[in-house]
Design a protein around this ligand. Structure first.
Ligand SMILES: C[S@@+](CC[C@H](N)C(=O)[O-])C[C@H]1O[C@@H](n2cnc3c(N)ncnc32)[C@H](O)[C@@H]1O
Length: 332
């Protein structure tokens, strides 16, 4: 951990250490270790090491890896493993809306799905595509709301997710890269993504937004739910930590995403901020409950790594280094 901490920084060294440790971590200990307040010296190291020029060089090495491999690496752990900590109704792997203190993860994911449904405002007969559709939860929710799923489709880079959707839900889903996919011209009434823009590198955002703007019919809209970086540093040390989980992915600054959406021709009609922390704690707690089954499926290294992931991500949002946003982008 010391060596990797010195070369890559604490955010990368900690998950890597626990993912290779021969020991099972104690969940409450790891939660506290990752989320507790640090001394000024420790926090200074976490926030500033490695220095910016080294960070840029190291990140460049990670970004040379193909993006698609990084996505498969993260999502193709096993559907059964994700089912052990995600909500049971939708299997959403994205931030939920805990509107009341008594909300379960199932309630909170339904609240989120309803909020996005309101933003998207789907109508029967409209052609709608989800970019990065996960296990198809939102496609299922829209189809139930409008009473028809025949014009709905999705894209994902995970083979396991494609198999799951085709077998269990029957929507039209393609194993395709949303960044390079041919969307055509004026093809869709609505486009949306829940937790996929995080996987699009900053230099691909503007060309993607331009092609998605062209793919919408006049009067169409796009809903984007994603988290982005606050502040002005495009390569903070947390982005090295992200490489331990999503090799080849790097977040954008929120101000850049808004500016690129407008440059692509969209009008920003809505931008709301949401709290990711309760969702991360709910996934953590459920993984603790189902730990034995999870370890039997994927081994204790992977389970250790996810405990650290949820706790470190909680801290990332708690420090306001990042915020979850929902944007509605209109093609007027
Ligand atoms: C965080 S998950 C969210 C899934 C789902 N929307 C949800 O709310 O649970 C991100 C999804 O985006 C997909 N994804 C990421 N990058 C992609 C790319 N370049 N092309 C296609 N799908 C991608 C992943 O395969 C995964 O399905």
């Amino acid at each position: 951990m010391l060596y990797e901490g010195l070369v890559y920084g604490a955010a990368y060294a900690i998950p890597t250490f626990f993912a290779t440790s021969p020991k099972r971590v104690d969940p409450e200990w790891i939660w506290h270790f990752c989320t507790c307040d640090r001394t000024a010296i420790e926090q200074g190291f976490v926030d500033h090491w490695p220095p910016a020029p080294f960070r840029r060089r190291i990140i460049k090495g990670f970004l040379d890896q193909t993006h698609a491999e990084g996505i498969e690496y993260h999502y193709d752990v096993s559907n059964a493993f994700y089912a052990l900590f995600l909500d049971r109704d939708y299997m959403f792997y994205t931030c939920a809306d805990f509107n009341a203190p008594t909300d379960t993860i199932e309630d909170a994911q339904r609240n989120k799905a309803n909020h996005i449904l309101g933003l998207l405002d789907p109508r029967p007969g409209e052609k709608i595509i989800e970019l990065g559709c996960g296990w198809g939860g939102m496609l299922k929710h829209i189809s139930a709301a409008i009473g028809d799923g025949s014009n709905l489709s999705g894209l994902t880079l995970s083979r396991d997710q494609v198999d799951y959707i085709r077998t269990h839900l029957g929507f039209s889903v393609a194993l395709a890269d949303l960044i390079t996919h041919d969307y055509g011209t004026e093809t869709y009434d609505k486009i949306y993504a829940i937790g996929a823009l995080e996987h699009v590198r900053p230099d691909s955002i503007l060309p993607l937004f331009q092609r998605l703007h062209a793919a919408l019919k006049p009067g169409g809209r796009m809903v984007q739910h994603f988290f982005s970086l606050n502040g002005t540093d495009p390569v903070p040390p947390s982005m090295l930590g992200a490489q331990a989980y999503f090799p080849g992915s790097i977040l954008s600054l929120h101000s850049d995403i808004r500016a690129k959406a407008e440059r692509a021709g969209f009008r920003i009609a809505h931008d709301s901020a949401h709290d990711y922390r309760p969702t991360l704690r709910a996934w953590f707690d459920r993984l603790v409950e189902n730990r034995d089954q999870a370890e039997a499926l994927v081994g204790h290294h992977v389970v250790n790594k996810y405990f650290v992931y949820f706790a470190m991500s909680w801290r990332f949002f708690d420090l306001k280094q990042s915020t979850l946003h929902r944007l509605v982008l209109m093609k007027d």
